[in-house]
Design a protein around this ligand. Structure first.
Ligand code: SAH
Length: 393
């Protein structure tokens, strides 16, 4: 096994159990390490710090797997997967929900691995060369979980390219329909695991959908960046008066309409717009449209630190447009899934929007990712979803 030696004074993050080691912290590699090989990691004096997997091609040269000298073999991987599965037992027992994240990568001590459960199907993403090595034992372990009948791969992400890996999509175990019917807090959704965004559904918003729905009874609701209508479906079931949905993706909107119908929404109360949210909100605002509840759940506006200022301006702009259309005392549920934008900066962008809209904004609840998307305390990168539930006076 090769050994990666860290540079003097560059071992602090590793000592503090941060799982990523960048090229700048590495003094040298003793022995040869191919992409995905397990390596020992030592400080500049040669003291052992732990084990991880290596990739010369990635900006993140090592992802740490353990802080002791446990062998990284099949039983290691099996135990890690089983531990992540056990952590979800409270969710797995629920009769109301059968869609949740089973494995949340670094935050579940399995760097580079995502696994989402949709009823009897599991959708996996192997995002790095290191985790790719363990694919067989991981698939076998997932396939043996209670109630799992099939494992489908959706490793078609940009991060794979950065690791020097080709995209890989297809059935790995059993057989599944292209569209899987799931329930989330008792709401029915059809999830397209084969070609939907990510693994098919935004599971991280489960709790927030329920928290927003409370405010929608008898109200006119706008779901901006609706994808397959997660928030709109909850609002429909909660008795919203009307639902307006906007997304740029045709397939996402078709999915949203089907999901609304599945949940008994009255089609005459639903309007969908396939459009750019920024443009459509301007049109609606200029036409004098008003809503009582608006959800703003955009894609990542910043993928790194350099894009943060630009992203904050975009968050401010979209929230300003939303506030200009909110009825007095309206409810705004607004989100950022940009890891690089922290909660304080996001709150600031929303407060700027309130100032420009000349409205007082009360934050009535801070929102985040669900319990199946844990945040590892030593790995702030695992906290990505922030939201604010606001009353706009
Ligand atoms: N709220 C959704 C998840 C939103 S994900 C849920 O609960 O499931 C972000 C969505 O924004 C995606 O569906 C994507 O298609 C859409 N999107 C991205 N850029 C957009 C734009 N400029 N205008 C409209 N929709 C956009």
């Amino acid at each position: 096994m090769a050994t990666v030696t860290l540079s003097p004074k560059r071992d602090r993050a590793t000592r503090h159990r941060h799982p990523w080691i960048f090229a700048a912290s590495i003094a040298g590699v003793k022995g040869s390490a191919a992409a995905g090989d397990v390596v020992d990691v030592t400080d500049a004096r040669g003291a052992f710090l732990g084990r991880g997997y290596f990739n010369e091609q990635s900006r993140i040269r090592v992802r740490m797997l353990s802080w002791d000298d446990t062998p990284i073999d099949d039983s290691f991987w099996r135990a890690r997967v089983q531990a992540a599965v056990r952590r979800r037992e409270p969710l797995a027992r629920s009769a109301e929900t059968n869609a949740y994240r089973m494995i949340h990568a670094e935050a579940d001590q399995l760097p580079g691995l995502i696994a989402d459960r949709y009823a009897e199907s599991v959708v996996v993403q192997f995002l790095t060369a290191g985790i790719e090595r363990a694919r067989d034992v991981i698939v076998e372990t997932l396939a043996s979980v209670d109630g799992v009948r099939c494992v489908f791969e959706r490793s078609d992400t940009a991060s794979r390219t950065r690791e020097g890996l080709p995209a890989s999509v297809g059935m790995l175990h059993g057989e599944a329909p292209k569209t899987v019917d799931v329930v989330e807090n008792g709401h029915a959704f059809a999830v397209n695991i084969e070609s939907g965004q990510k693994t098919g559904f935004y599971l991280d918003q489960r709790d927030n959908r329920a928290l927003v729905a409370v405010h929608t009874r008898g109200r006119d609701v706008l779901d901006a960046f609706c994808h397959t209508g997660g928030f709109a479906v909850y609002a429909a079931r909660a008795g919203a008066r009307s639902l307006t949905l906007i997304d740029s993706s045709g397939p996402a909107l078709a999915g949203a309409r089907a999901n609304l119908e599945k949940n008994g929404a009255d089609a005459s109360t639903v309007v969908t717009h396939q459009a750019d949210v920024f443009e459509e909100l301007r049109v609606m605002r200029d036409a004098g449209r008003r809503f009582d509840v608006i959800v703003v759940d955009p894609p990542k506006f910043a993928t790194n630190q350099h894009q943060v200022d630009k992203a904050l301006r975009a968050y401010k702009d979209v929230n300003l447009l939303a506030m200009q259309m909110l009825a007095p005392e309206g409810i705004l549920a607004t989100f950022s899934c940009s890891q690089a934008v922290d909660a304080a900066a996001f709150t600031m962008a929303v407060s700027w929007a309130g100032v420009d809209a000349a409205r007082d904004v009360q934050i009535i609840r801070r929102l985040g990712q669900g319990i199946d998307h844990p945040i590892l305390a030593t790995f702030p990168e695992s906290e990505y979803l922030k939201g604010l539930l606001c009353r706009v006076a």
